[in-house]
Design a protein around this ligand. Structure first.
Ligand code: DLL
Length: 440
């Protein structure tokens, strides 16, 4: 899909203000948030005291670097309500995440926080072209996971027609999409790819039988190659959206139809990139760990919260008219990185190779193990139906090609195994791409 669409902006005042004006606004809001957090959250007050920092030492965004970090472990240590800054009676919603390491985390949102989040999601959907004339199918799960409610709230704020399907029941999703003339889709990118394949398996042509024009996909890492693949499969514009429960759910940042990075809602959060090893802030353009400070949240504000997500920031104004800093696609998480025989490997590197190869579907699983004290990685990838019935020598040729390409991208030899179509489990939510037997 091209990027010559008309750019719609939900809140031009906030999304297009000058960078100086925004810095001023952020500074004022930061000063208030630090004072509020210090006065209401004992564990953060103790941490500031330990560093001899008083709220009155923070005058604006230039002082952000003096504040202590917060971590996911803080949410676990203070489980469930130790980080609440507002009284419990002011909390109107709990959302949560299963997290990657087992113990769930929850965050409490006040009415203000839900409103801010809805505004961020309204901006997100508008940037992908949503108007009150649209029909929005929400196939993110509804529940503690923020995807379903977030997309619902944003579409509702715009005044679009919302179809709150939640995840799963793929054939019924497609039936509704077709019969109701759904124009926008919200789900994880892995589920969007699965929906796209199923549409075709059902004998439907998305460009003829469906009215879909765009989708807002996120909640898991995905590559630029996967974005193009989904756009072709469904005949739509596919926009990346990012967020996390601790900050606000989806909508913290979003791609516009230029699809050149995700605009951060900087009137509500301040983003930094740090060196994950030293904690030092890094300049624009350098890749590192993304850190967020909320500046309008009242339920459970987060100061310098380490996301463990890896990306870089771009302050250049966008052709869409927004002036907000954009973050690049997330290339991985500091804790998702696999170390195979001493080499750092991100699942997204493997995905970018696989999506570009004809004859295989973008469904894969990385199986990591340790054999005779040496790490091994098997890349299981599905063949398309066509490839499955091809000659053994051609299949072997494709397998060898994948092996060579992965080696040239990640620098290590892997064992590539082509598996039967539809044999890798499909996900309706966040995809699981790695089985690491070394950790089991
Ligand atoms: O995944 C919120 C969300 C819902 C975002 C729907 C987008 C769409 P959590 O369950 O708390 O919240 O997980 C947050 O998911 O730290 C990232 O590691 C990952 N993540 C979220 N969006 C993206 C994305 C939701 N666009 C964690 N690209 C984050 C890559 C993403 N990773």
């Amino acid at each position: 899909m091209g990027n010559d669409r008309e750019h719609r902006i939900f809140n031009p005042r906030m999304e297009c203000m000058s960078r100086d004006e925004r810095a001023q606004l952020q500074s004022e809001r930061l000063v208030q948030t630090v004072r509020y957090e210090y006065d209401h959250v004992p564990v953060y007050r103790a941490r500031m005291d330990a560093k001899c920092i008083r709220p009155e030492d923070i005058h604006g965004i230039e002082d952000l670097k003096y504040l202590p970090f917060m971590e996911k472990t803080d949410l676990r240590d203070q489980w469930p309500f130790g980080l609440l800054a507002a009284p419990k009676r002011d909390i109107v919603r709990i959302q949560g995440s299963s997290g990657t390491t087992g113990h769930p985390i929850v965050s409490g949102y006040t009415r203000n926080d839900v409103d801010v989040w809805s505004e961020m999601m309204a901006r997100t959907l508008t940037a992908a072209g949503c108007t009150p004339d649209d029909i929005v199918q929400v196939a993110y799960g509804f529940g503690l996971f923020t995807g379903g409610f977030g997309a619902y709230q944003g579409a509702d704020k715009i005044g679009a027609m919302v179809l709150p399907m939640s995840s799963g029941n793929t054939q019924r999703q497609i039936l509704m999409m077709k019969d109701l003339g759904v124009t926008m889709l919200c789900c994880t990118p892995s589920y969007a790819a699965y929906l796209g394949e199923t549409v075709r398996d059902m004998g439907l042509d998305p460009n003829v039988d469906l009215k879909l024009k765009a989708g807002c996909f996120g909640a898991e890492p995905w590559t630029e190659e996967m974005r193009v693949h989904i756009e072709e499969l469904l005949g739509i514009d596919a926009c990346d959206i990012y967020g996390l429960t601790e900050i606000a759910g989806p909508g913290v940042s979003f791609a516009c139809l230029e699809k050149d990075g995700m605009h951060i809602n900087e009137d509500h959060v301040i983003a930094e990139i740090i060196n994950p090893a030293t904690g030092e802030p890094l300049p624009y353009g350098e890749s590192g760990e993304l850190v967020f400070t909320t500046i309008t949240k009242t339920g459970m504000p987060m100061l310098r919260y380490r996301t463990h997500d890896i990306c870089s920031l771009n302050p250049e104004p966008c052709a869409c008219g927004r002036t907000t800093v954009r973050m690049t696609r997330i290339t991985g998480r500091t804790d998702d990185m696999l170390i195979i025989r001493g080499v750092n490997v991100f699942p997204s590197q493997i995905e970018s190779v696989l999506v570009g190869i004809k004859g295989v579907a973008p469904h894969y699983m990385l199986v990591v193990d340790r054999v005779n004290s040496s790490d091994t990685m098997e890349v299981q990838v599905e063949m398309t139906e066509e490839m499955f019935s091809d000659t053994i020598s051609h299949i072997e040729q494709v397998r060898k090609n994948i092996t060579d390409q992965i080696k040239s991208v990640v620098g290590i030899a892997t064992n590539v195994k082509l598996v039967a179509p539809k044999s890798i489990p499909r996900s309706e939510g966040k995809a699981k791409r790695v089985i690491d037997h070394r950790k089991l």
